[in-house]
Design a protein around this ligand. Structure first.
Ligand code: ADP
Length: 190
């Protein structure tokens, strides 16, 4: 089983690299942000709740996200592994993921931390907002998301370092070079 956590600030390229990883390694992909946008589009109760948080760049409550992820995991029964994109975003979520996988006799294989400087993140997200119209990719919400990233999400880095799963990936450069570094990290796993 190959269970990969792809980690990084908003705009660090998690979604893009996840697609490459899925194609090469044939594992399932779960992006909590994509799941929430799907719920919003379908007008579900969860979607309505999510919208309020996402528009402000805030994180949803851990229990909601953890339940959502657990049902996703159940739907992947029999798969070769999973790439977790946008999750965990808090230490509580990292602990919940560890428990959830342990209950299935599994564990996280590696946490890949895509590092990109803040000014570059800002440029990328504003560009994405202009190109895709994604509601939370506007300057004010982006700033909030980066504050939330530093205060609530970045502590997850040390948590994975302590768990012995952390790998740094330089997230600046061509998508191909970044993907090559990711493959080297994955292929180097024992
Ligand atoms: P990005 O990483 O570019 O900010 P995502 O699509 O991963 O974008 O997430 C968008 C928003 O969805 C977040 O700002 C947050 O409101 C919500 N969200 C996504 N994943 C989580 C999570 N694991 N925990 C709490 N909220 C989440």
């Amino acid at each position: 089983m190959l269970n990969i956590v792809i980690f990084g600030a908003p705009g660090s390229g998690k979604g893009t690299q996840s697609e490459f990883i899925v194609e090469k390694y044939g594992i399932n992909h779960v992006s909590t942000g994509d799941v929430l946008r799907g719920e919003m589009k379908n007008g579900t109760e969860l979607g309505k709740i999510a919208k309020g948080y996402m528009d402000e760049g805030k994180l949803l409550p851990d229990d909601l996200i953890v339940d959502m992820l657990a049902s996703k995991l159940d739907s992947f029964e029999g798969s070769k592994g999973v790439i977790f994109d946008g999750f965990p975003r808090t230490i509580a979520q990292a602990e919940a993921l560890k428990k959830m996988l342990a209950a299935r006799g599994q564990e996280v294989s590696v946490m890949l931390d895509l590092e990109v400087p803040e000014d570059e993140l800002m440029v990328r997200l504003i560009k994405r907002g202009q190109e895709t119209g994604r509601a939370d990719d506007n300057e004010e919400t982006i700033k909030n998301r980066l504050v939330v990233y530093h205060s609530q999400t970045a502590p997850v880095i040390d948590w994975y370092k302590n768990d012995g799963k952390y790998q740094h990936i330089d997230g600046v450069g061509s998508m191909e070079r970044i993907f090559a570094d990711i493959c080297a990290a994955i292929d180097g796993l024992k």
